[in-house]
Design a protein around this ligand. Structure first.
Ligand SMILES: Nc1ncnc2c1ncn2[C@@H]1O[C@H](COP(=O)(O)OP(=O)(O)OP(=O)(O)O)[C@@H](O)[C@H]1O
Ligand SMILES: [Mg+2]
Length: 368
């Protein structure tokens, strides 16, 4: 049971919201502009320290307000709830606290509240740059392989150092050598962790894809590319790419260039699939990750689905509902119409559910 209580102040049109949440499913309906996405943004702020929609979190602060804050009680396996809070001012430093102590790394927030989001931006997973797919897959690696977080932090620091050397007027291969050795060491470890997560992910996705009901002749392939040529060490690849890296001023190969290609009969999935099919496939990736996380970590997690019914017919809504039933995740679903949310609630058998009405920035539970 992750988030039991939520208090939101000054996030977009949510002035002062206090909610007692269901440990299972939380459905929110309301007209356009009522505050549904803002609610999910507030939860994302807590879990990631940032918004899922904009890099400029200040846009989330309510107009004319000096700051926004989100506070939650998060139930823990131990039975003792953690209190998580974020205060972001218009100017100056943000403060994140867990149980009253300041937190400085977004990794601590992310591991306290493992969170997946499906929203209109999720389409970037198929038609956006490779770093979006890498981020999606690394969510799983981060949450199930504890070494990953530090390796990735050190790796990205080393890439930055190497890039700043590459941009200098004069450098020699001699100056780059220590960074190449470091990138090789870290990059190989990162790739190994990703490889360990890959097969369970592919197997899980394979079990979900038939539910989407794609045309029979569609073969979905997910191809992992580690970011440098097979059969080479990363040091060898870096030495080989030296001239190119100098020309562009950044490191063009390595674990930060890995890719997870999603293909339908060898063509990019985004070019072949309809919007509804894309959304269902993207949801399959998220559900696969959450299921693996659940099996391996036995820890609570949170899934946000903004405007679940958008783009989906009844058959595909049913498909997502069935997947939701298989998860032991706390779920927040939004939609415009009460009937859609009620229908979803009725599909959830006897799992704990609450339905909320969102209107002009106020959120009230229906039939509490
Ligand atoms: N910084 C801000 N301060 C106050 N209100 C804002 C701010 N930024 C956006 N808004 C408004 O907050 C309201 C809620 O937006 P939100 O995106 O949460 O709506 P929604 O319920 O998700 O709507 P839709 O169904 O159209 O997706 C909108 O009217 C929006 O214009
Ligand atoms: Mg919205």
């Amino acid at each position: 049971m992750p988030i039991t209580q939520l208090k939101i102040n000054g996030v977009r049109n949510l002035t002062n919201v206090e909610l007692e949440l269901s440990e299972g499913f939380n459905f929110f309906y309301g007209e356009n502009g009522s505050g549904k996405t803002s609610l999910l943004e507030a939860i994302s702020l807590l879990a990631h320290g940032r918004s899922f929609r904009t890099v400029n979190y200040r846009q989330l602060i309510q107009h004319e307000q000096p700051h926004m804050s989100v506070f939650a009680e998060v139930a823990q396996q131990s039975g003792i709830a953690s209190k998580v809070g974020v205060l972001r001012p218009q100017r100056g430093q943000s403060t994140f606290k867990i149980d009253g102590s300041p937190v400085y790394s977004s990794a601590s927030l992310a591991s306290l509240l493992p969170l997946q989001v499906i929203n209109s931006k999720s389409f970037d997973l198929l038609d956006g740059p490779r770093k979006v797919r890498r981020g999606m897959f690394d969510w799983l690696v981060f949450h199930v392989k504890h070494e990953f977080s530090v390796l990735w932090r050190d790796y990205t620091k080393a890439v930055k150092q190497r890039n700043s050397l590459l941009r200098r007027d004069k450098i020699s291969g001699y100056e780059l050598a220590p960074w190449d050795i470091e990138l090789n060491r870290l990059g190989i470890s990162i790739d190994a962790l990703r490889q360990e997560c890959l097969q369970p992910f592919l197997d899980k996705v394979d079990t979900l894809i038939p539910d989407i009901n794609l045309p029979k002749e569609y073969r979905v392939d997910i191809e992992y590319q580690r970011g440098w040529t097979e059969g080479q060490t990363l040091s060898e690849a870096l030495t080989e790419s030296y001239a190119k890296d100098r020309k562009y001023g950044y490191t063009t190969c390595g674990a930060h260039k890995s890719e997870l290609k999603v293909l339908i009969n060898k063509q990019a999935a985004a070019e072949v699939l309809s919007r509804g099919q894309q959304k269902s496939l993207i949801a399959a990736f998220m559900f696969a990750e959450l299921q693996i996380f659940q099996q391996l970590m036995n820890k609570p997690s949170v899934l946000l689905i903004d405007d679940l019914p958008a783009e989906l017919d009844q058959q595909h809504i049913q498909c997502l509902a069935n997947w939701l039933l298989d998860l032991d995740t706390q779920v927040f679903v939004t939609g415009i119409y009460a009937e859609d949310m009620d229908r979803l609630k009725n599909k959830m058998n006897n799992k704990p559910c609450k339905v909320f009405h969102v209107k002009h920035g106020e959120i009230n539970e229906c039939n509490p």
